[in-house]
Design a protein around this ligand. Structure first.
Ligand SMILES: Nc1ncnc2c1ncn2[C@@H]1O[C@H](COP(=O)(O)OP(=O)(O)OP(=O)(O)O)[C@@H](O)[C@H]1O
Ligand SMILES: [Mg+2]
Length: 253
C-alpha cells in the first residue's frame, strides 16, 4: 500500500448477550486500525463473533463497551460512509437486478436518472451488464452475490463490510468470485473489511489478516500478507503462511 492513513479505528470493543439469565460474551476488548483502501480480512472459526463485530462496526448493533472512529472522528450507530454485503443475501425477490441495486439511493431520495446512472456503473463493474431486468430467482448464486456487491457499492460508501459473502457458493464459483472481488477492489478502491472462516480465502485476498480466537472473539494475531497479487495458492510462501495461521487457529466451540 502506498499510504497508511488510518480510515477506521475500533477501540476496546466488548459485547455480550443475556442468555438464560447468564451473560454470554461474544467479543472481548477488540481494538483495530484499518488503513485507507486496505483489503483487511477478519478470519475466525465458526460462531466466534465475526458477524457480531461487523454488526457493531456497521451500527446494526451497539457495543456495550468501546468506541469507533472514521478519519479520527468518533461516531456512533450506523453511518452512511459504511456499507455492508450480508452473509445471508438479502435481495428482494420481487425486484429486478436494477431495482435491487438502485434501492439505497432511491430510499435516500435521489432522482431516477441519477440513481440509474450510478447503479448501472456498478452493475457493469460487477459484470452483470445485460441482466438489469432479471429477477433474483433467475440468477446463479455467484450472480446474486454480484448484485449484493453492486448494491453495496451503489450507496458509495467509503468503507465496505463483507460478511462471508462467498460462504454459500460452490468451490469453483467461490474461486471465481475471489478473483472478481479483487478485480473490483483494484478498479474501485475502497476500504474493505472482509470476513471469512476460510484460511486460503483470507491469504488470497488480504493485505492483512486479523485472526480471531474462538468465542468470545479476541484478536490473536495480525498477519501482513506481503505476496504479489494475483496470489499463487500453491507457492511455498502461500503454503507456509497457511500452515502458520492454521497452527494458530482455534477450533470452533
Ligand atoms: N442476538 C444474540 N443473542 C444471543 N447470542 C447471540 C446473538 N447474536 C450472536 N450471538 C452469539 O454470539 C456468538 C457469535 O455469533 P456470530 O454470529 O458473530 O458468529 P460468527 O463468527 O459470525 O459465526 P459464523 O461463522 O457461523 O457466521 C454465537 O455464539 C452466537 O450464538
Ligand atoms: Mg457470521
Amino acid at each position: 500500500m502506498d499510504q497508511k492513513k488510518i480510515k477506521l479505528s475500533i477501540k476496546n470493543i466488548s459485547h455480550g448477550y443475556i442468555v438464560n439469565d447468564d451473560v454470554f460474551q461474544a467479543a472481548s476488548n477488540i481494538s483495530l486500525d484499518v488503513y485507507d483502501n486496505e483489503f483487511l480480512v477478519i478470519l475466525g472459526p465458526g460462531h466466534c463473533g465475526k458477524t457480531v463485530l461487523l454488526n457493531i462496526i456497521s451500527g446494526l448493533e451497539e457495543a456495550e463497551v468501546g468506541q469507533k472512529e472514521i478519519d479520527g472522528q468518533p461516531f456512533k450507530g450506523s453511518d452512511k460512509r459504511i456499507g455492508m454485503v450480508f452473509q445471508e443475501l438479502a435481495l428482494m425477490p420481487w425486484k429486478t437486478v436494477m431495482a435491487n441495486t438502485e434501492f439505497g439511493p432511491q430510499m435516500a431520495g435521489m432522482s431516477k436518472q441519477q440513481r440509474r446512472k450510478i447503479a448501472q456503473k456498478y452493475i457493469d463493474l460487477v459484470g452483470l451488464h445485460g441482466f438489469e431486468k432479471s429477477y433474483p430467482n433467475k440468477l446463479s448464486g455467484g450472480m446474486k452475490q454480484r448484485v449484493g456487491i453492486a448494491r453495496a457499492y451503489t450507496n458509495e460508501p467509503e468503507i465496505l463490510l463483507m460478511d462471508e459473502p462467498f460462504g454459500q457458493l460452490d468451490a469453483q464459483t467461490r474461486y471465481a468470485m475471489e478473483e472478481e472481488i479483487q478485480r473490483i477492489w483494484q478498479q474501485e478502491k475502497r476500504t474493505i473489511i472482509f470476513v471469512t472462516n476460510n484460511i486460503e480465502e483470507a491469504i488470497y485476498l488480504g493485505d492483512r489478516i486479523v485472526l480471531l480466537s474462538k468465542c468470545p472473539a479476541q484478536i490473536k494475531e495480525i498477519y501482513d500478507v506481503n505476496l504479489p497479487r494475483p496470489r499463487d495458492s500453491v507457492s511455498p510462501e502461500f503454503l507456509g503462511l497457511r500452515k502458520q495461521i492454521s497452527d494458530n487457529t482455534d477450533l470452533p466451540l
